[in-house]
Design a protein around this ligand. Sequence first.
Ligand SMILES: *[C@@H]1O[C@H](CO)[C@@H](O)[C@H](O)[C@H]1NC(C)=O
Ligand SMILES: *[C@@H]1O[C@H](CO)[C@@H](O)[C@H](O)[C@H]1NC(C)=O
Ligand SMILES: *[C@@H]1O[C@H](CO)[C@@H](O)[C@H](O)[C@H]1NC(C)=O
Ligand SMILES: *[C@@H]1O[C@H](CO)[C@@H](O)[C@H](O)[C@H]1NC(C)=O
Ligand SMILES: *[C@@H]1O[C@H](CO)[C@@H](O)[C@H](O)[C@H]1NC(C)=O
Ligand SMILES: *[C@@H]1O[C@H](CO)[C@@H](O)[C@H](O)[C@H]1NC(C)=O
Ligand SMILES: *[C@@H]1O[C@H](CO)[C@@H](O)[C@H](O)[C@H]1NC(C)=O
Ligand SMILES: *[C@@H]1O[C@H](CO)[C@@H](O)[C@H](O)[C@H]1NC(C)=O
Ligand SMILES: *[C@@H]1O[C@H](CO)[C@@H](O)[C@H](O)[C@H]1NC(C)=O
Length: 355
Amino acid sequence: MMSFFLLGGFIACAGKHVGASCPVVMSPPAVVVAFGNSFSVNCTSLSNQIDGMGWESSAGGTKLTTNVTSVPLNIASIQQWSLEPTCYINFISGRQCLTNLPVTVYKTPDIVTVSQLSPTDPMVEGRMYILKCNVANVAPARSLSVQWYKGNEMFHTETFTETSLSPLNMTSTLNLTAHRDDNGTQIWCKANLNFFPAGPNISSMSTKREEMTVLYPPTFFKPANETVEIKAKSKLLLNCTATGNPAPVYSWDHPRPSEQTNEDKNENPPIFSPSYHLPGNYSCTVSNSQGTKTKYFNVIQEPGNRTTFAAIVAVFVCLGILLFIAGFFFVTPNGSFSLNTGSYMGGQPVPSGPV
Ligand SMILES: *[C@@H]1O[C@H](CO)[C@@H](O)[C@H](O)[C@H]1NC(C)=O
Ligand SMILES: *[C@@H]1O[C@H](CO)[C@@H](O)[C@H](O)[C@H]1NC(C)=O
Ligand SMILES: *[C@@H]1O[C@H](CO)[C@@H](O)[C@H](O)[C@H]1NC(C)=O
Ligand SMILES: *[C@@H]1O[C@H](CO)[C@@H](O)[C@H](O)[C@H]1NC(C)=O
Ligand SMILES: *[C@@H]1O[C@H](CO)[C@@H](O)[C@H](O)[C@H]1NC(C)=O
Ligand SMILES: *[C@@H]1O[C@H](CO)[C@@H](O)[C@H](O)[C@H]1NC(C)=O
Ligand SMILES: *[C@@H]1O[C@H](CO)[C@@H](O)[C@H](O)[C@H]1NC(C)=O
Ligand SMILES: *[C@@H]1O[C@H](CO)[C@@H](O)[C@H](O)[C@H]1NC(C)=O
Ligand SMILES: *[C@@H]1O[C@H](CO)[C@@H](O)[C@H](O)[C@H]1NC(C)=O
């Protein structure tokens, strides 16, 4: 009895202002409902010093009910985007208090699409593209978030401050500067209505995944010019491997043995391994529709092998000298070979006898 009295006193004070908070419990405390669906709420008074209570709402209410401490509101099919039902209590004292129930009416999007992204129209690295994620006919916009994905990685989120509660076409605009790493990745977006955990967990809606193609100029794995030594025992390998989109085409310019001029114009592998080991300036030119790059290989003799090389050269030089000397003594000036090294002058007809 004492507690009722105290509570009554409190209500008397609070009840001075119509609309001030009421000693009521709403069950559930807030409603999130899909357009066209039904919902029900109980308004329960914590006081029994009441004359009657009821609901008022633009979607239909309940009559003032006497001799109760709880009154339900049942809406069979919600057909409006904005409503705020009010539970009211008339106290025995003649005062009245009101409590509003927050109701959110939502509608999932008809469709979600990405526009201005055509897979047949490749992107070019470094250029900016404006992509749009279109969310058709969604309500309320302020509960919408749009997430952009590359593959499975979410990289951009947009939320909206739109106050209208009716369905709208919403667009998230993204400025994307094309990068080579994006080539072959799938871009897509996802629309979410966020009410969880206070409201239902509404499954999100995603677009198709569009595969991006990004064109970019050839790029060497090792861009620096190289100095390569000819090693006696190993093959000469010039590695010019580059990436690029479209796949780059290679062409080599290199010293050739004199008898082998421009015969092998079709040497276009990324790794060049000539059969002859000539020192000199080799270059490889890589190109695609987006650009051309050249890398130089300065091919030299291995310094550590110079003595061996010198020895080989020396052997040849000595051999040459020997041949020269031999030629001086054994070859006649008219080119015929003579074993006669006597007192006759080489090349002169041998006299047959005294003149
Ligand atoms: C409202 O209260 C009544 C009686 O206590 C109960 O049967 C009903 O399920 C309640 N409804 C809601 C929506 O809580
Ligand atoms: C109010 O309810 C009580 C008990 O449920 C009952 O005895 C009383 O007659 C009711 N009064 C009215 C006016 O309906
Ligand atoms: C939303 O977009 C659809 C087409 O996607 C169009 O038919 C409709 O009129 C648009 N609604 C508004 C409110 O702009
Ligand atoms: C995107 O690009 C447009 C056009 O260049 C520009 O007006 C806009 O400010 C950019 N938006 C962002 C977020 O950078
Ligand atoms: C770019 O993507 C296309 C399509 O997925 C693929 O065929 C191509 O090999 C890729 N190119 C590079 C250089 O990654
Ligand atoms: C919400 O729903 C999604 C799928 O629709 C599910 O993956 C997720 O676990 C749910 N979250 C919670 C907290 O229930
Ligand atoms: C390679 O050499 C060429 C010609 O000597 C020069 O123009 C170029 O800048 C060099 N490249 C690098 C990456 O050092
Ligand atoms: C050539 O270089 C590329 C990139 O550095 C490397 O992946 C490849 O294995 C090399 N090839 C050879 C035969 O060395
Ligand atoms: C190689 O040749 C190119 C063009 O013929 C020249 O630009 C470059 O400087 C040369 N590099 C060396 C190391 O001689």
